[in-house]
Design a binder for this molecule. Structure first.
Ligand code: GTP
Ligand code: MG
Length: 377
């Protein structure tokens, strides 16, 4: 029953999608508008390219892939715990930035040695769990569009979603949208009922509204944690973070730090002095300065790597976010990256990817309305 998207297979085999389609159609496979190949077809294609399909313990692999689609079969015996990656979403003005700022100030800036925080769109904080500080990574998603685009490309970056709902305003259109995004991605939701310090705040009403759209508060016997906070005053934010870590623990998030890095681009831009800049979240393996990357349609060697405080770092392990320079081009938010052995391989893979994307765009145009975006497992 397990299959694979054609574009993914093309990417993995470093061949064009059209080549795969041609190969299959020659063998009589009916593939009109089909985007996903079943296991047998995948095997058939892989045999042609003399690539072995690994298939040990499908149940375990499937379970693992649900939690981290960047894991491979070879990682199974080397998994260690990784920090959760958390996204804050919600309606305009409901307090997302205020909450993130508070978390960063109370948990990050205090330990900063007079440095100015450089925004890379991701922040690592330490949350005490039973007295032990544990890492947690927050992503500052640049608006819903980017999140939607990332999701549509099948990128699953977030482990947990905090949805902020202002207690004086209630559930609004973007609240619904955020909930829909989180649900579609299969990411657990934690509700932060914010601005409880404000006059006119009515947390009960918010819980009522949420329960009507299928999110039943834990305190009413449901399974959605809802924490009443004031992001402005920092009230109950610790409790919110504790809940995040609790939910994370249940997810048993894991990765294999001892392999080449794989992950997702969360932000990228062109800097006049430094060239293309990309913020990457490592989702498996460890990224090193000097690594050679394929990054969507871009590639290059990492010349320098900065952490969330703008400090130069040499390494970034699972769940870490770093900004890198050294790519030949600006990748897109949501692009996947992987470190590879040499620059020629990287260039070839990036070019193959560019071709595949071009064909995909043409196909999408041709079959407007019929094409579905690559599925999220
Ligand atoms: P967008 O990024 O525009 O979608 O907004 P946002 O969700 O990031 O909201 P932001 O944090 O910018 O907060 C909007 C306004 O609400 C600001 O004036 C905040 O000071 C205020 N605010 C946020 N949290 C609280 C709170 O807990 N209590 C009160 N009283 N005001 C708050
Ligand atoms: Mg904001």
């Amino acid at each position: 029953t397990e299959g694979m998207d054609i574009d993914e297979l093309a990417y993995q085999l470093a061949v064009g999608e059209s080549e795969i389609l041609r190969f299959l159609s020659v063998r009589g496979a009916m593939l009109d508008n089909v985007q996903t190949l079943d296991k047998d077809l995948v095997k058939m294609v892989c045999m042609e390219y003399e690539v072995e399909v690994l298939e040990s313990d499908p149940v375990r692999v499937e379970e693992m892939a649900k939690k981290n689609e960047f894991l491979d079969v070879e990682d199974l015996d080397k998994l260690v715990a990784r920090p959760p990656i958390v996204t804050i979403m919600g309606h305009v003005d409901h307090g997302k930035t205020t909450l993130l700022d508070y978390i960063r100030k109370s948990k990050v800036v205090a330990s900063e040695a007079g440095g100015i925080t450089q925004g890379i769109g991701a922040y690592q904080v330490l949350v005490p769990v039973d007295g032990n500080p544990q890492a947690c990574v927050f992503l500052d998603t640049p608006g819903h569009e980017a999140f939607g685009a990332m999701r549509a490309r099948g990128a699953k970056v977030t482990d947990i979603c905090i949805i902020v709902v202002a207690a004086d305003d209630g559930v609004r259109p973007q609240t619904n949208e955020a909930i829909a995004h989180a649900k579609a991605a299969g990411v657990p939701i934690i509700i932060a009922i914010n601005k409880v310090d404000k006059e006119g705040a009515n947390p009960e009403r918010v819980m009522q509204e949420l329960s009507q759209i299928g999110l039943m508060p834990e305190m009413w016997g449901g399974d959605t944690p809802m924490i009443q906070i004031s992001a402005l005053k920092g009230e109950n934010v610790d409790e919110l973070l504790e809940t995040v870590m609790l939910v994370a623990e249940l997810q048993e998030l894991k990765a294999n730090p001892d392999r080449n890095a794989k992950g997702t681009v969360i932000e990228a831009c062109l800097d006049k002095a430094k060239g293309p800049l990309a913020t990457l979240v490592v989702q498996n393996g460890t990224l090193n300065k000097g690594d050679i990357l394929v990054c969507g349609e871009a590639f290059g060697k990492i010349r320098a790597m900065y952490d969330d405080r703008g400090s130069l770092v040499d390494q970034a392990g699972p769940s870490n976010a770093v900004q890198i320079i050294g790519l030949n081009n600006v990748p897109l938010a949501g692009d996947e990256f992987e470190s590879v052995d040499d620059l020629d391989v990287a260039r070839e893979r990036a070019n193959t990817r560019a071709d595949a994307m071009r064909i995909e765009r043409i196909n999408a145009k041709a079959g407007e309305g019929k094409v579905t975006l690559s599925s999220i497992a």
